[in-house]
Design a protein around this ligand. Structure first.
Ligand SMILES: Cc1cc2nc3c(=O)[nH]c(=O)nc-3n(C[C@H](O)[C@H](O)[C@H](O)COP(=O)(O)O)c2cc1C
Length: 352
């Protein structure tokens, strides 16, 4: 049996009519950390979770091809990362449905379809931002995933691509995909150029248009709209939340992760959950690294995401240098490396 037929038959056997369209779990997406390839892996997400209980964390994009044909366990995560959403890259409805079903079985709280990434590699595979030009196909993918799961199926897109950047184009895209049952849209508030700009340039060069996203929320009040792109502070986030249902931050969290420590209080109004100091966060991650090392993993897999922990404080440069120089080559354990790199801060008795 060919792989495609095999997947089709698995998907068909999973189609349970009573589950169709019913969304089981509800998660509060007021504040989300963006999917970032090579950055928001499971170690990074574990680190982030120590600072905020409520923030919704997204995996890096994982293609259906990797999950179905790859050798490694691409879906592995630690349950303490929850609420956590799996971002899928793909455009074959059956393959996506198969992967979404696996994600639900593994305990993911949401599956998000990538309709925003503009890289060439992604366009050749016919997924990512180029799918904005094919709303019917995106709708078919959403329908297929919803049919076999009961966790939310969401879509992350841009406001447009290439010359298709009118408000009407975005409205048409949202309308078609919403009619397939997608109730949550994460919108990166800038268009993507599919040719001529690198993925990195596509995150900076096309101008941000937050108003367009607010307009979408006004036009579709029944939908949950999450705004993304260029947001750097919790004050800005609070301002956006006057217009939309949630915010998603990417690069700012990666370079200044301790911003997450105030999210539960400021965004979720949860004053009961303890806020850990940076040192306490580090100690938690040190124990996690020890476990990772026992499994044969390298401390650097985790440490590399922690460079920004002391961002903005005196000594942050020493911390970063110590981690990056010793982290890659030293034969010390992760716990020792963290203790060495933070000796300056430990003597300071930091409470935050
Ligand atoms: C290193 C890196 C990798 C990214 N990988 C993905 C990805 O896998 N899937 C995705 O939808 N967006 C990806 N993005 C885009 C982010 O999710 C986000 O939309 C973008 O960075 C804008 O948000 P920001 O200004 O808060 O960073 C990536 C961004 C960066 C910086």
């Amino acid at each position: 049996m060919s792989k495609n037929i095999e997947i089709k038959s698995i998907v068909n056997s999973l189609k349970v009519p009573s589950m169709s369209g019913v969304t089981k779990k509800s998660i509060n997406r007021k504040f989300c950390v963006a999917p970032m390839l090579d950055w928001t892996d499971r170690h990074c997400r574990y680190f982030y979770r120590q600072m905020s209980k409520h923030t919704v964390l997204y995996t890096e994009m994982i293609t259906t091809g990797a999950i179905i044909h790859g050798k490694g366990d691409y879906l592995r995560f630690n349950t303490s990362e929850q609420p956590v959403a799996l971002q899928l890259g793909g455009s074959d409805p059956d393959a996506l449905a198969h992967c979404a079903k696996l994600a639900e079985e593994r305990g993911y709280d949401e599956v998000n379809l990538n309709v925003g990434c503009p890289s060439d590699r992604v366009q050749n595979g016919m997924f990512g931002a180029c799918l904005m030009a094919k709303p019917e196909l995106v709708a078919e993918c959403v329908r297929a995933m919803k049919q076999v799961t009961s966790i939310p199926i969401t879509v992350k897109s841009r406001i447009g691509i290439d010359e298709f950047d009118s408000f009407e184009f975005l409205v048409e895209f949202i309308t078609v995909v919403k009619d397939a049952g997608c109730e949550t849209f994460i919108i990166h508030a800038r268009k993507a150029w599919l040719t001529g700009l690198s993925p990195k340039e596509n995150r900076d060069v096309p101008p941000l248009d937050y108003d367009r996203v607010y307009q979408i929320k006004r036009m579709f009040p029944e939908l949950e709209i999450i705004i993304n792109g260029g947001i750097k502070t919790l004050d800005e986030s609070v301002e956006h939340l006057k217009h939309v249902d949630g915010v998603m931050l990417g690069r700012e969290i990666y370079s200044n992760p301790y911003l997450l420590a105030e999210v539960d209080t400021v965004i979720y109004q949860d004053t009961d959950s303890p806020v850990l100091s940076r040192i306490q966060v580090m100690d938690k991650v040190a124990s996690y690294i020890t476990e990772h090392e026992k499994e044969g993993g390298r401390a650097w897999h985790v440490l590399r995401h922690m460079m920004g922990l002391f961002q903005g404080l005196p000594g942050a440069k020493i911390w970063r240098r110590s981690l990056s120089i010793n982290g890659v080559k030293s034969d010390k354990t992760g716990a020792q490396l963290l203790a060495d790199a933070s000796s300056f801060y430990r003597s300071e008795n930091l409470t935050k």
